[in-house]
Write a protein that binds this ligand. Structure first.
Ligand code: M6R
Length: 364
């Protein structure tokens, strides 16, 4: 059942190119994005004045990434909240707010409760769900399925990747309908989207290099992940992947926040994984990397091909191929998933079933 792979997690990481393709291909027709499941006319899309995204764990991280994509492309303001907070905070849902709940299992108790709360307040709820016929899929007003197939490993990989794709499609669709992007931009973006599966494949095939690197950190006490903008969202997911399966303490920080406290934790040899895929933020990130390195950190960087300037501030660099600036998460997450996986394997942890965790969290 593991198809020759040592763990479900590795198998599922390798299924990402297919999960990505299966999620976008049925929704691209004649060079346009068609999301029938949305059940919204162009007029209704134009009337959306706020998007409220609610989810837990990695699905929440996909939501955080999409905030940058929705706002950047469609200029619709987005709020993202973890479901357990949202449901008890007496959320303000006004006319024109679209609630988007994201869940792999479709059974997460807090996310389901958030959906019910939103509906009770009269909001329209779109579910982005992987398990067909699950509770969230049944109760949401509309469902956009992520076609990742069954996911077994507790640490999500392919469902997360498929969530990102669904969110990109929605953001592009909204932006196009609102006239924020034209045909040329859309078709360029769709080209980049179609290149992602092969690019992901290529990054996965780098696994031995990442394994050798991961083996140096099996005894680490703390690992930090830093980034700005979308890269901060990637850092959050990279950090969760590592900690949930390796039991090494890790944190993600918006790089600009380091000076406000966290940098005092950096010691000689502390690994700081820095994500810098956003051109306009390269310089700022490089100065943050220099700051931690001056304090003894070992700096690993995940950046775009060609950004060799980073080598002056990093001890170890992983390059990812060129893509649209809104899609970088889909590539940058791959080496971080592999890193978490190999640290877990190297430490002899139960990779697919980490202690204290369940695949779907059906109690609050
Ligand atoms: O099934 P869901 O997507 O609603 O699950 C949400 C989280 O429980 C889940 O993403 C969790 O954080 C994963 N273990 C992360 O790998």
């Amino acid at each position: 059942e593991k198809g020759g792979y040592e763990h479900f997690m590795l198998k599922e990481m390798y299924e990402q190119p297919k999960a990505i393709t299966d999620t976008f291909s049925p929704r691209i027709k004649d060079g346009k994005i068609v999301i029938d499941e949305l059940n919204m006319t162009d007029e209704e899309i134009k009337a959306i004045n706020k998007i409220m995204i609610v989810a837990c764990g990695s699905a929440y991280h996909a939501g955080v990434t999409s905030k940058y994509v929705f706002e950047g492309l469609s200029r619709i303001p987005v709020e993202v909240d973890v479901a357990s907070e949202f449901r008890y905070r007496n959320p303000i849902l006004e006319e024109g707010t679209l609630v988007v709940v994201i869940s792999q299992s479709g059974e997460t108790a807090d996310t389901l409760a958030a959906l019910r709360e939103s509906k009770a307040r009269g909001a329209k709820v779109l579910g982005i769900v992987n398990v067909v016929g699950s509770s969230i899929a049944r109760e949401a007003d509309n469902v956009m399925y992520t076609w990742a197939g069954p996911e077994i490993a507790v640490a999500t990989t392919k469902a997360y990747s498929a969530q990102l794709i669904s969110l990109y499609l929605l953001a592009m669709k909204f932006a196009y309908v609102k006239g924020e992007i034209d045909d040329t931009v859309l078709s360029d973006m769709l080209e980049d989207l179609k290149s992602l599966p092969a690019q992901v494949e290529m990054l996965l095939n780098n696994k031995q290099k990442i394994q050798r690197f991961a083996n140096r950190y099996l005894a680490a006490r703390d690992i930090f992940f830093i980034g700005r903008g979308i890269d901060y969202a990637i850092s959050m997911e990279g950090s969760l992947k590592l900690k949930e399966i390796s039991y090494i303490h890790s944190e993600a920080y918006a790089a600009g926040e380091l000076k406000h406290g966290t940098i005092s934790l950096v010691e000689e040899g502390t690994l700081v994984a820095s994500v810098l895929t956003q051109k306009e933020l390269y310089k700022k990130m490089i100065s943050n990397m220099v700051e931690v390195r001056t304090r003894g950190a070992f700096v690993m960087a995940v950046t775009m091909e060609g950004n060799t300037e980073v080598e002056r501030a990093a001890d170890y660099v992983i390059y990812i191929p060129e893509t649209n600036k809104y899609f970088t998460n889909s590539l940058a997450i791959i080496p971080l998933q592999l890193f978490g996986y190999y640290v877990s394997v190297g430490r002899g942890c139960d990779v697919d079933k980490p202690r204290n965790l369940a695949k779907s969290v059906t109690v609050e």
